[in-house]
Design a protein. Sequence first.
Length: 141
Amino acid sequence: MVEGKAQLRLPMPNLDDKVFWEGCKRHELLIQRCKDCGAKRFFPAPTCTKCASGNTEYLKASGKGEIFSFTTSYNTFGPQLVGHVPITIMVVKLAEGPLLRWTNLIDCKPEDVRIGMPVEVVWDDVSPDVTLPKFRPAKKK
Ligand SMILES: [Zn+2]
């Protein structure tokens, strides 16, 4: 925790997303793939959103994608975001297809954020038990 910043409320893994959060702790961005129809999905769910099959496997995503949608908040809306604003909250369209929601953009000025901006995952080890996937503008190759 950084001094002067409020402690953010952290995810509490459940049976559906436990594997995803364990992957985050290893700095692996896991998405689900239906073993019957091949559809890839995020957020983790017990059944396929396309064919309702429960036959699921996890695959490691590249961590690359682009900004699908975003908003930048300058308002703390209470004590929780004190020290964290401005904060960009966004949906990332992963290179593998699924939309990853919700996450934050870092290392980018709010005025520079654009829909379609290439981004890459970075890992924020916020506690011994929780690592959050965040994104930054992708480095040019
Ligand atoms: Zn399916």
